[in-house]
Write a protein that binds this ligand. Structure first.
Ligand code: ATP
Ligand code: LTN
Length: 334
């Protein structure tokens, strides 16, 4: 708790371009939680290097991601938006927690297995201990809630286990965090293969809507979206392409699937695709306009980056110092 507010922590990796899935499944929920919680939103650039990155591209993506947080509606004077690498306590706590996490636990992580299969030439120790750094992110700020997609639940469970293990030995040091899973848009699927989730690392650009795609591109990608040959618009698992389009439509308009099905009753797929395209354009264009404004104001972004790293460090250091003392590191002599 900070004052009378509970603490919330979440982060995104600065790899690739954010997709509509990242926005509807994560970022948009973050914005709505800002008033209720004391929020920390990190650009987790230290996690990004578990997969090889081009330094210039990583730097550019990290800054763009931080600006997207603001463009999406998070107020950086209220919530704390910062780069993970600017707060050294993350790495320091991660080392300590590495010593409280078992190899067997990390071996079970499905993201590790998936990423090792995908990057067989670079199965590095950072990829293996990725969840420990994530646990450190969350525990440093004594977060009560962590909004994540379903894919991150396993990491959150591990975080809770490690925190409980530590607390059992040393007393109440860490708050045990709870996951927060949003209701709508929790899983947006690929436009080219609706059995796969829309993902920023997909090689086919037509599979994803990127947040910075222009209106024409957005409409074109929806026109090309893979559907089926049934010819009816119903919200059901047998028609995954149509179901995904309806999910996106509902997430962007606030309508329910029932309302949407009634609205498109008797229409062809072309009409639905056009309506979904328009709904997405309506959501993304204002965000893109704010992004353009922010790009012009380098000094403002620089100030946010500097000040928020200091605010985050202050809280993080308090937890780190307590943990260092508990495990027996010698006190600093002034
Ligand atoms: P990558 O392709 O690089 O693995 P990703 O697009 O899957 O990336 P992450 O960086 O792993 O995205 O996730 C950022 C946040 O966005 C997470 O909270 C995740 O649950 C959410 N998210 C990612 N893809 C989707 C999606 N298709 N639908 C809903 N939420 C999503
Ligand atoms: N692993 C997450 C990103 C992430 C995160 C966190 C999310 C890193 N640290 C702490 C919530 C809390 C992902 O890949 N989406």
């Amino acid at each position: 708790m900070i004052g009378d507010k509970k603490v919330l922590f979440s982060g995104m990796q600065a790899t690739g371009n954010l997709t509509l899935g990242n926005y509807l499944g994560a970022l948009r929920n973050w914005v709505t939680l800002c008033d209720e919680y004391e929020c920390y939103y990190s650009v987790v650039d230290m996690h990004s290097i578990t997969v090889r990155q081009d330094p210039a591209v990583l730097r550019k993506n990290a800054r763009r991601l931080l600006m997207l947080y603001i463009a999406a509606g998070i107020d950086p004077d209220k919530s704390i938006l910062y780069y993970q690498s600017h707060v050294s306590a993350h790495a320091e706590l991660a080392w300590i927690l590495n010593c409280f996490t078992y190899m067997g636990e990390l071996n079970r992580m499905t993201q590790f297995k998936d990423k090792s299969a995908k990057h067989a030439d670079n199965i590095n120790a950072g990829l293996f201990t990725y969840p420990v750094l994530m646990a450190s992110d969350i525990l440093l700020y004594q977060a009560d809630v962590v909004p994540v997609g379903i894919d991150q639940m396993q990491h959150l469970e591990l975080t809770r286990d490690v925190a409980q293990r530590f607390n059992a030995i040393y007393g109440d040091v860490f708050t045990i965090p709870e996951a927060y899973i949003g209701k709508v848009g929790a899983k947006i699927m690929s436009l080219q293969d609706p059995s796969k989730k829309m993902s920023k690392s997909d090689e086919n650009p037509n599979a994803s809507i990127y947040l910075l795609d222009d209106a024409d591109t957005i409409r074109r990608k929806f026109k090309r979206a893979v559907t089926d040959s049934e010819g009816v618009i119903l919200y059901r698992d047998e028609q995954p392409g149509i179901k995904n389009l309806l999910d996106i439509y509902c997430a962007c308009t606030g309508k329910t699937p029932d309302e949407a099905v009634r609205e498109f009753d008797g229409c062809g797929y072309g009409v639905l695709k056009e309506a979904v395209g328009d709904a997405v354009v309506n959501v993304l264009v204002p965000l893109q306009e704010r992004m353009k404004e922010l790009e012009k104001d380098k000094a403002y972004i620089d100030r946010i980056i500097r000040q928020n790293a200091e605010r985050a460090s202050y809280t993080a250091m308090k937890t780190l110092r307590k943990v260092q003392k508990k495990v027996g590191f010698p006190e600093r002599v002034r």
